[in-house]
Ligand binder design. Structure first.
Ligand SMILES: CC/C=C\CC/C=C/CC(=O)SCCNC(=O)CCNC(=O)[C@H](O)C(C)(C)COP(=O)(O)OP(=O)(O)OC[C@H]1O[C@@H](n2cnc3c(N)ncnc32)[C@H](O)[C@@H]1OP(=O)(O)O
Length: 278
């Protein structure tokens, strides 16, 4: 039986900023294990806007401070893990807003990718683009089958997947499969994702998924945390260092690309197609 304690994520300056905004994540911690579950819950599709990314960023800070033993990232929205970046952050925006948004994404991702505690993505719905990145940035992925899809679909919108999205995928499934995957904007069904190693396990329902999550933590938490987190750092450091080196340059590139009228037209058409689909 879980003893759930709610995190006080709305402290200090943060409370003032977001007190009037709907809660877009729910956080609960098992008192016995100190494993925290973070549920994304921004209707309709958990698209990642500045607000949701900032909330994730704050919770990652809190978890590092409170010596969290493990994080499960999942969703409270039926059939959706995350629809990726909120396209409204890109459409008819201005340079300053876009720059702030991209910086928030970069910083939040870095905290998740370099978390010192073990992280599991329980992928209980579709997970395109940056939704896929969130999952790939965790240490382990368990995905519900059979109806959901995951992958980098950016090619289909006419925007390139950022280099660090690509490098994270490469580190998991290898260069050749990543290249094919991003160039075709391929979305994989659960079993296909398992076959290419994009996810680690499948589950037929939430009960089975939770049991697999618990087994993962049981195995990993049995070992001293310090050596585990040092090895994780070593495995990921080449991507992190390159990212830090190119972070500012990349933001400029994103601004140039997204503000281009042709890209704006592509996003508009993509939005219309999403809204008109049957
Ligand atoms: C140099 C590099 C430059 C730039 C790099 C930029 C990188 C970007 C990475 C990204 O993450 S881009 C985002 C890509 N995401 C997608 O393409 C997801 C699109 N959405 C879907 O495929 C589907 O919505 C879904 C499979 C997630 C869910 O399907 P379903 O349950 O059938 O819902 P609906 O499609 O009806 O959607 C409901 C509602 O939500 C709106 N919406 C969906 N996705 C987004 C989104 N990513 N951002 C904003 N809004 C989104 C959709 O338009 C619907 O709105 P209504 O007004 O029609 O209700």
């Amino acid at each position: 039986m879980y003893h759930l304690k709610k995190f006080n994520v709305t402290s200090g300056k943060y409370r003032k900023l977001f007190s009037s905004v709907a809660k877009v994540i729910d956080v609960s911690t098992d008192d016995k294990t100190n494993i925290t579950r973070v549920y994304l819950q921004r209707p309709p599709v958990n698209s990642l806007n500045s607000h949701l990314l900032t909330e994730i960023s704050y919770i990652m800070d809190d978890l590092e401070k409170t010596k969290c033993k493990g994080l499960v990232l999942t969703s409270n929205i039926v059939n959706i893990f995350s629809a990726g970046l909120d396209l409204t952050e890109f459409y008819k925006t201005d340079i300053q807003k876009l720059s702030n948004f991209w910086t928030t994404l970069q910083n939040t991702w870095l905290k998740l990718y370099t978390a010192t505690f073990p992280t599991v993505a329980l992928i209980n719905g579709h997970s395109p683009a940056a939704g896929c990145l969130l999952a790939l940035s965790c240490d382990y992925r368990i995905m519900l089958s059979p109806h959901y899809t995951i992958g980098f679909n950016e090619a289909k919108i006419g925007i390139p997947a950022p280099f660090w999205f690509i490098e994270v995928m490469q580190s998991i499934i290898g260069s050749r499969k990543t290249e094919l995957s991003v160039l075709t904007g391929q979305m994989y069904k659960t079993d296909e994702a398992l076959a290419i190693g994009l996810i680690d396990e499948t589950a037929i329902n939430l009960t089975e998924a939770e049991s697999k999550v618990n087994s993962f933590f049981k195995n990993i938490i049995a070992f001293p945390g310090k050596s585990r987190s040092l090895m994780k750092k070593d495995c990921r450091d080449h991507i992190v260092q390159k990212f830090l080196l190119k972070k500012d340059e990349e933001r400029e590139l994103v601004i140039e690309f997204i503000m281009n009228p042709k890209t704006q037209k592509n996003i508009e058409l993509y939005f219309k197609a999403l809204q008109n689909k049957v």
